[in-house]
Unconditional design. Structure first.
Length: 395
């Protein structure tokens, strides 16, 4: 039986598409293996959101060649549109890749095989039409495309049949799906689904109706990832983000009024062209005022086609690095603060796996990854345990 290995870089949309490809190739008779192993086929599901992502993609191509110089290597994903045509890979769309192996299996499909992961991404939307000035995504993902409700529910049931207990609703621009609230309500009626989580959602698409839906639905996790990018109004305007720092603060206040214990993750972009020390400090100030539980920090990266590519006043790399480190250090303090806020509570964990240390591991509703020791089989179960008995694990 031919083997395939897939490595996915980047966002949850890419992760969801990578999972879809792996599921389809397995159905078509190929055997999955880890990317570090020798394989007949290697698939690099690429990202191009930063220059660093481009370099990672090229590194994984080299790794695949080193492991098996005779292997078929396919490049899919966002970097595909900018890749050098001379690369020793087949550059292909994911749909065409799946068709290449369609019908290879001689085995009856029968009952779906259990999947090793119980938390699965469910892609409901792709594409983006916001054209933030720093972002290449609209150029590689194209216009908004929405998966219809019936297909979403069918996909959800397929995931649950293979063992999913938590579904993460995922999209390039998730909030643009006009049926998002209906999707949440319909999914919550599925008996064997324990949790629903939303992946990154832009602030302009969060309204009272969505928050009330989350508030009134015990299956929806009280956790939102809302990209801020900057806490300075002039930089936000230059980024074409369509909101102000005051708008963002009001949004967080509204959400906390409905869900007082909601946890918030965010994305911060440092070193946007022209960003002064004062403007960067405005971002630090807003991060502290909002008290995020986790921060993902990105350094500005010139991306072709974007409006920011030609902007003057580039911030020097040393300053960008210093600002990134300062923001990351603040993020470490905030996650520690969030942990301390929970130290006297019982914490609910959906158990996903045993880790290398032999501890059970899983996520809390608020996106805290925890590990603990109990001498019983807890895979796929929800356990309530005193916070002092768990160990924090990096997510």
């Amino acid at each position: 039986m031919a083997t395939f290995a897939i490595h996915t870089l980047g966002c949850k949309t890419n992760q969801a598409e990578g999972d879809q490809i792996a599921d389809q190739l397995t159905k078509h008779g190929l055997q999955s293996t880890a990317f570090k192993n020798k394989s007949d086929i290697y698939i690099i599901n690429s990202c191009t959101v930063t220059q660093r992502a481009d370099k990672k993609t090229l590194r994984f191509i080299k790794q695949a060649l080193k492991q098996n110089s005779k292997a078929k290597i396919f490049l899919i994903g966002c970097y595909r549109k900018f890749a050098d045509k001379e690369l020793p890979v087949e550059i292909i769309e994911k749909e065409k890749l799946i068709k290449k192996f369609n019908g290879k299996s001689n085995e009856p499909q029968g009952i779906p095989k259990p999947h090793p992961h119980i938390r699965r991404n469910l892609l409901i939307q792709t594409g983006c039409e916001n054209f933030c000035s720093y972002c290449i995504v609209p150029y590689v993902r194209g216009k908004n495309k929405f998966k219809p409700l019936n297909e979403i529910l069918n996909n959800a049931n397929e995931l649950i049949e293979t063992g999913a207990k938590e579904i993460v609703l995922t999209g390039t621009n998730l909030g643009t799906h006009k049926e998002l609230i209906t999707i949440i309500k319909k999914l919550s009626r599925i008996k064997d689904l324990i949790r629903i989580r939303l992946s990154s959602i832009e602030p302009m698409y969060i309204n009272k109706d969505l928050i009330e839906c989350i508030t009134n639905n015990p299956k929806v996790c009280p956790h939102l990832h809302i990209p801020l990018q900057s806490g300075d109004n002039d930089i936000l305007q230059a980024m074409k983000r369509n909101y102000t720092r005051e708008d963002f603060l009001e949004l967080i206040k509204m959400i906390r009024k409905h869900v007082p214990d909601m946890s918030f993750n965010t994305d911060i972009l440092v070193g946007f062209p022209g960003e002064t020390d004062k403007q960067f400090n405005n971002t630090i100030d807003l991060i502290k005022r909002i008290n995020f539980s986790r921060i993902h920090v990105f350094s500005f990266s010139k991306r072709p086609l974007t409006a920011a590519y030609k902007l003057p006043d580039f911030v020097d790399p040393k300053t960008i690095k210093e600002r990134a480190l300062r923001t990351k250090d603040l993020g470490k303090k905030l996650i520690n603060n969030f942990i301390m806020q929970n130290k006297d509570k019982n914490i609910e964990i959906l158990v996903e796996q045993k880790n290398k240390q032999g501890l059970w591991e899983g996520l809390s509703p608020h996106y805290l990854r925890c590990a603990f020791s109990l001498n019983q089989n807890l895979f796929g179960k929800v356990i309530l345990i005193p916070f002092i008995k768990v160990k924090q694990v990096a997510s």
